[in-house]
Design a protein around this ligand. Sequence first.
Ligand code: HEM
Length: 181
Amino acid sequence: MYGLVNKAIQDLVCEKFGKDKWAEIKKLSNFEDDFFIGLQPYPDSLTYSLVHNASKVLGAESNIIMEAFGEYWILYTANEGYGEMLNLAGNSLPEFLNNLDMLHNRVNNIMPELVAPQFSTRNETPNSIELEYRSKREGMTPMVIGLIRGLGKRFNIEKIQITHIQEKNETNGCHIFKIEW
Ligand code: HEM
């Protein structure tokens, strides 16, 4: 994944737990450079390793870390030069969720090696929507939950409920989340 993702993990850990904890996580993950380059692709295994070791060092389950990371990503990207892209993706939660592929397509122009997930929506009502999530990667669903929570905050939604209503398997090919507010 692009270094921007690893940088965001670093920022989240440093902000909430301090630089010493980050140094431990970085060491356990065998990452020896001083910093990540946002626009450089790194192996997915490094990102998985950072999350795994953050879980060990901080004493929190990987799922919890991934979810917190997803929520943080919405604020982080807005502050790292992608605010305009986020603005263009929509003014309401359903509109934004409908435009996620367009958003990643725009990111793809800047990051040609991006392996982006795909999203589509269905069964929209005035206070709920279902989000289909397709990815070449495994284990990212807690991040999706955190991302949706972060978007809920972005759109000042006070109470949001996210239910993972379909697990991906070989037949259906996608995870589905029901989002209610
Ligand atoms: C301007 C804002 C955003 C930027 C710059 C961005 C960029 C990225 C990047 C660089 C990756 C790593 C993939 C790779 O390097 O191959 C990624 C992955 C991902 N993005 Fe975005 N993204 C943005 C917003 C969002 C939003 C709002 C969502 C909400 C659902 C989202 C969902 C995901 C997910 C779930 C992944 C994990 C990879 C996977 O599932 O395969 N992203 N994105």
